[in-house]
Design a protein around this ligand. Structure first.
Ligand code: 5AD
Ligand code: SF4
Length: 463
């Protein structure tokens, strides 16, 4: 470690200068967690993080491929970095993650943006220090893509930005091949970590004072299926709840096809498992669900939602929905709106279908025009907003437990945090600091957030 440190310190006259890096993360929590491993490596190499790419000796973009918009954003960023590099020719630029795991994209970067020093895919995160060294030494772009994932590496460094909440991987990859989705092609087949390793990690976090963990996987419900004799996801959750002492357990993302009654009971019975399930439905029409290769019907989904609400009092259900999937008719879309009304989601992430080259849906007939997608999107968002507001209003006057995340980004005089059901609460009060659990009384409700106050007496959290 000392040698690595010396290697990254530049001598500039008599002055020692620590090298700086900036890291921009696009996309989902999986990418956020991978970024923490990159930060861990960079810490070991003696780098310091800076928010401004202009100050950085090394700029890293960890990219997302789920929608075309995310990819366009990255190309825009790379273009701007090219201009910056004209002023700072020694700056290194690295692009990694899901977008560049697609061979054609990696090639495009090599050809059109030759000033990029390093391009590496999702399967060789562990090789980052070695690849960075090669990029420093070589005059041309180093491109490193592996065709498939290797085994799970347990000993990679990690540098977390918070000391009270953490992402914890439980599975990598996805076997579902939903017809619109690029993820199985850029993250590979499903691999589960051993439960003993997961429990050791969570116990370690809890012992160090962490309050909340989020278990991560593309489909957490299929945890353990690839490891003979390993526990299933419900069993894993129950063990984490009983054995680690961590106060808040979250998990994402769930797949309705594999979501079992046993799992619902486990959440209901667990003391520290948060009453929130993110359960992407994607569409409310059986015809579209079939074309999407989702493996369940709207009736199955409605049954699950009803079971969640009846077994787990106060359970929050959130979802992902795609509008404008190829061939979606007005009737199909009406089925989606109807399902949204029937379930009454607490919140939803809504997306316009984005054509991803290499996926089956990209080749389907009847691609929906953008204007129609936009119109459906607006209708869906308006409907969902009314449900989100109604759920938030139901909390008026109640006292909820909030995990404090820090001062609000838009108003530093106000604190912000999350309830167990993952609602954002902005509040005021005395003696507050980041990373503590607090009872907060709700005094106002909006579509996207709640307003609260502290210091009104006894602790009586009921959310
Ligand atoms: N177009 C639009 N949305 C997509 N998602 C995944 N692939 C696509 C696509 N091609 C959405 C799904 C998924 C979320 C992470 O992104 O709703 O649950
Ligand atoms: Fe994509 Fe479907 Fe896998 Fe989720 S479950 S990552 S939507 S293929």
């Amino acid at each position: 470690m000392d040698n690595l440190f010396i290697a990254t310190v530049l001598l500039k006259g008599d002055e020692m200068q620590i090298k700086k890096y900036s890291l921009t993360v696009f996309g989902c929590q999986m990418n956020e967690r991978d970024a923490e491993t990159l930060r861990g490596f960079l810490d070991e190499m003696g780098y310091e993080e800076t928010a401004a790419a202009g100050d950085a000796d090394l700029v890293i973009l960890n990219t997302c491929a789920v929608r075309e918009k995310a990819e366009q954003k990255v190309f825009g960023h790379i273009g701007r970095l090219g201009l910056l590099k004209q002023k700072k020719p020694n700056m290194l630029i690295a692009v990694c993650g899901c977008m560049v795991q697609q061979k054609a994209v990696a090639e495009k970067i090599r050809k059109r943006y030759p000033f990029v020093n390093l391009v590496f895919g999702t399967y060789n995160l562990a090789a980052f220090p070695e690849l960075l060294k090669q990029a420093q030494e070589r005059g041309e772009t180093v491109v490193s893509l592996l065709a498939q994932a290797g085994g799970i590496e347990e000993e990679l460094p990690v540098s977390r930005q918070d000391n009270y909440r953490a992402w914890v991987n439980i599975t990598y990859g996805c076997n579902n091949f939903c017809s619109y989705c690029i993820v199985p092609y850029v993250r590979g087949r499903e691999r589960s970590r051993k439960s003993a390793d997961i429990i050791r990690e969570v116990k370690g976090l809890s012992d160090r004072g962490f309050i909340e963990i989020t278990l991560l996987g593309q489909n957490v419900n299929s945890y353990g299926k690839d490891l003979p004799g390993e526990t299933d996801f419900a069993g894993l959750l129950a063990r984490i709840d009983k054995e680690t002492g961590i106060k808040r357990i979250r998990f994402t993302t769930s797949h309705p096809r594999d979501f079992t009654e046993k799992l619902i009971r486990t959440i209901a019975e667990g003391e520290n498992i948060c009453e929130h399930v993110h359960l992407p439905v994607q569409a409310g029409s059986n015809r579209i669900l079939k074309l999407m290769n989702r493996g369940y019907t709207r009736e199955h989904y409605l049954d699950l939602a009803a079971m969640l609400r009846s077994y787990i009092p106060g359970c929050s259900i959130t979802t992902d929905i795609i509008v404008g999937f190829p061939g979606e008719t007005d009737e199909d879309f009406a089925d989606t709106l109807d399902l949204v009304d029937k379930v009454s989601f607490d919140a939803a992430f809504t997306f316009m279908y984005s054509r991803r080259p290499g996926t089956p849906a990209a080749e389907m007939q009847d691609q929906i025009p953008l204007e129609l997608k936009k119109e459906r999107f607006r209708k869906l968002v308006n409907l969902q907003n009314s449900h989100s507001l109604r759920h938030n209003q139901a909390l008026l006057g109640k006292t909820v437990e909030v995990l404090v995340e820090g001062p609000s980004k838009t108003n530093p005089a106000v604190w912000t945090g999350k309830t167990r059901t993952n609602r954002t609460v902005n509040f005021t009060g005395e003696n507050i600091r980041k990373g503590i659990l607090l009872p907060v009384q709700i005094i106002d409700a909006k579509t996207w957030s709640l307003t609260g106050r502290t210091g009104f007496g006894q602790r009586n959290a009921d959310d």
